[in-house]
Structure formats: C-alpha cells, structure tokens
Ligand binder design. Structure first.
Ligand SMILES: NC(=O)c1ccc[n+]([C@@H]2O[C@H](COP(=O)([O-])OP(=O)(O)OC[C@H]3O[C@@H](n4cnc5c(N)ncnc54)[C@H](O)[C@@H]3O)[C@@H](O)[C@H]2O)c1
Ligand SMILES: [Zn+2]
Length: 432
C-alpha cells in the first residue's frame, strides 16, 4: 500500500501521474494485435473461428446448436435457484427499472423562431448484445446492470454472451438473472470472439446493433475495434474506487469499502485521499484488522500491494482536485459539507455521498448501473444507462409561413456553399 504525505518528496510526482487518460492501445500492442486477429478470423470463418477460440481459451467444444443456452437449461436454472436469490434479483430489477424510467429520453417537439416544427423521437434499438464476464466470479449482478436497462427501454431482442466453463455450464443464478433481465438468446462464447460474433454475426448468430457491458482487456479492446460495425456503451475496465474524506469520516467504514473494492480482482484500484492525518492512520490500522477475516484475502493482498494508494493532502480542495484529475469509477465522498464539495466534483462515474452510502449497495441493488467508466475514461464517458438503448431521430415539419420565413437564409447558405439546387428546392415550394 502506497502511503504518501504532501510533505514527502515523491508526492508531487505521484499525484501528477494520477491525472490519467485512457488512451487506445493502452492494453498494449500485443493485446491489440491478438484481438485484431480474432476479429478478422471471425469475420472470415464465422462459427468455425468462434468454436476454435472457445476451445482454445475456455476448453469448451461447441456446435452451432450447443453454443446457445437451451430451454431445458433455463428451466433447470429456474428450478435450482433458491428463493433468496430470486428475491434479490427482483429487488435489483425493480430499482433498475425505476431508475431507467427517469433517465430515459422522451419525445418532444417545439417551434423554432420561423415557425418550423422541430423535435426528437426516441425508439428502442431492435437488437442489442450484452457481454457478461465469466471467469473469476459469476457476475449475477452484471447481468442486471446491463440487460435490465435494455429491457426497461423496451429492446425486444437482447443477445447475451458469456463464457461457460470447460463443462459448458453457466452458473444457474447468472442464467436466471439474464432471463429475468430480458435476455432473449444466450451464447456460451466469451472474449473477443464473443464480441466479434455479436457485432459481425455468423451463420448461427444474427448480428446486433449495439454492444454493452464490461469484460477483461480482450473484451474491451474488441469492443473498441468494432466501433463502426456497432456502437457501444463505453469501455469499462478493471474496477476502482477513490475515497475522499475529512476528519468527520468513520475509519472502519472507509477500510471496509477499500477492502470490498480490492476483492473484485487482482487488477482493482483503490485510492484514499484525506486532509486528516489521524483518519489516515486509523484507516491503515483498520485495514490490517479487517483484511485477515475475508475469504478473498489473496486478491485483497495483491491489490493492497500494487493497486492501492493513500494520500495525505494539504487541504480538502487538493483531494478534490486529485479526484477530478483521476476521474474515478466510484467516488465515495465523506465530508462535513457534502453539498459544497459535491458541486466541485466533475469527472467521477458514480458519486456515493456520506458515511452510510456503501458502494456495495450500488454494485448490486440501488438502481444506477454499476457498469461505469474506469481508467480515467470518466473524463469522456459516462456510465451505462437506459437512454443508450434508445435510438434518436430528429423531426422537422413546416407550413407555408415557416417555409417563407426560412427562404432568405437558405438561399444565402445555398449561394455561399455553391449548392443552387438546395436553394431551388425551397423557393419552388414558396407560394408567391
Ligand atoms: N467495470 C465494471 O463494471 C466491471 C464489472 C464486472 C467485471 N469487470 C471486469 O471484467 C473483467 C472480467 O474478466 P474475466 O477474465 O474474469 O472474464 P471475461 O469474460 O471478461 O474474459 C474471459 C475471456 O477472455 C478471453 N481470453 C482469456 N485469455 C485470453 C488470451 N490469452 N487471449 C485471448 N483471449 C483470452 C477468453 O475468450 C475468455 O472467454 C475483470 O477485469 C473485471 O474487473 C468490470
Ligand atoms: Zn464493488
């Protein structure tokens, strides 16, 4: 765990490095090339390529039939998932839908100064893809945090892709959550080949229009490379939290949040910035006290060693500046004057306010999606939300009076751009 005070000589340099930019290719030339190769191969050979990579990376042999989760598998999942899980999924889904309803764009129309009616119309995509990471943990909540937003937006076809283990089985709770969140088809394909199959289509997989969801570096790089063939939500990478706190904060809660973040995976990032020396000392002690009791201590130790920093800043202002430069996926803001400091926060993906706002509640059930911008991309992306499942079209309608009032300016534009047919197409309609 890196601990630095503003008085240390290494502090300024370290803080400067926290001003991040998520640049393409940051995953490394090698990942970029591997993914480009997989995409090209899926484009050329379709199913055959998808099956080959699935065998190579996940040890699973698939066919055109077995790549899709069957009705029987879904029935089995519904029968085996216990009531507590069903209840928790229902609660999360209810809150997601309520949140989604408010953030969805609504049609509107108005008249411009000349009397032309202008407006916007929003309709759900017809067919989207969601990626749910497999691998290290069955991310039941990630199914909800992507697909259920599409479901709320009214997307009729949601194709989900998730890697199955070598035994071809998908965790029943994950399957249950996916179906409850509106997934209409599920393929047992992960990685870059899963993203490529959804974006480009194969003989068995009909292509989607937009792809959502988190994944490892191969998945995220594949999404980045396939922009154009599809659009995407954002490029979410390894999870992170930054806690900004003053002396009013509770050290036990902060330590618990830092450990919760650290247990996600070995590549998680955990930051803590405070202007209170006493708090910093107490948090360090608390971490050592709480960590040994946790089941994922292995990941936690790894993250504490290489992905954790604690900064003693000179002022709270400085901590907030660090936050804006860092653009954390999650910010936990625990300060006396919440409203004042909230106004200063600009780049965080999700802001948790006050000592009781545990990030884990947002991870699972609060309502906003936990699929959020990481690696500094909060400067240019926002978290996944329902309106990203809506297509937008602008609408223009006019009558004779509005047409007449627009004519002079149109003719001027037409003249300077050398597009006389444009001018003509308007003047021809205007009644003299
Ligand atoms: N930001 C968020 O909201 C959020 C949420 C959940 C998970 N995540 C992130 O998702 C990631 C999950 O990663 P994961 O690996 O467990 O699951 P994953 O499903 O993302 O990746 C597994 C796939 O990676 C591919 N792969 C593995 N090794 C490869 C190689 N050498 N070459 C090419 N492809 C290869 C395989 O196809 C495999 O199916 C973590 O980094 C986690 O932090 C982020
Ligand atoms: Zn978390």
């Amino acid at each position: 765990m890196k601990v630095l005070s503003h008085k240390d000589s290494a502090y300024a340099r370290f803080v400067k490095k926290l001003d991040r930019r998520a640049v393409p290719g940051a995953a490394g030339k090698q990942v970029e090339e591997i993914v480009a190769g997989i995409i090209a191969d899926v484009q050329k050979r379709g199913n055959a390529a998808v099956f080959e990579y699935t065998q190579r990376f996940d040890g699973l042999k698939l066919t055109a039939k077995s790549m899709f989760v069957s009705e029987a598998e879904i029935e089995e999942a519904y029968a085996s998932v216990d009531e507590d899980v069903k209840k928790a999924v229902a609660m999360s889904k209810r809150n997601i839908h309520a949140f989604a309803k408010r953030s969805m764009r609504k049609d509107w129309k108005a008249k411009n100064k000349e009397g032309v009616e202008v407006g916007e119309r929003f309709t759900p995509y017809d067919r989207v893809g969601v990626y749910v990471p497999g691998g290290k943990a069955p991310l039941v909540s990630s199914a909800l945090m992507t697909a259920a937003f599409g479901q709320a937006a009214g997307v009729p076809e949601i194709l989900a892709a998730t890697p199955a283990g070598a035994d071809g089985k998908i965790n029943p709770a994950l399957l249950y959550a996916l179906v409850e969140s509106g997934a209409t088809e599920i393929i047992k394909v992960g990685g870059a080949q899963g993203i490529a199959a959804m974006a480009l289509g194969t003989k068995s997989v009909r292509p989607v229009e937009k792809i959502f969801g988190p994944g490892n570096t191969f998945v995220v790089e594949a999404k980045r490379q396939l922009v154009g063939a599809v659009s995407i939500d954002l490029l979410p990478g390894p999870s992170e939290v930054l806690i900004v706190a003053d002396k009013s904060a509770n050290a036990r809660f902060i330590a618990a949040d830092m450990l919760a973040q650290a247990e996600h995976a070995g590549d998680s990032v955990v930051g803590f910035a405070t202007n209170s020396k006493a708090l910093l000392t107490r948090v360090q002690k608390e971490i050592e006290k709480q960590a040994p009791k946790l089941s994922r201590e292995k990941y936690i130790r790894e993250v504490l060693k290489k992905g954790t920093f604690c900064l003693l800043t000179k002022t709270l202002e400085e901590a907030v500046e660090i936050c804006n430069a860092f653009a954390p996926e999650h910010l936990s803001l625990v300060v006396e004057d919440e409203e004042k400091w909230l106004d200063e926060i600009r780049t965080a993906g999700a802001i948790y306010l006050g000592p009781l706002a545990a990030v884990a509640v947002g991870d699972f059930v609060a309502g906003p999606s936990h699929t959020l911008p990481t690696g500094g991309s909060g400067k240019s992306f926002s978290g996944l939300r329902a309106d990203q499942f809506q297509r937008r079209a602008s609408i223009v309608r006019m009558d004779q009076a509005a047409l007449k009032k627009s004519l002079a300016a149109v003719e001027t534009f037409a003249r300077v751009e050398g597009l006389d047919a444009h001018g003509k197409s308007v003047s021809i309609r205007v009644k003299k």
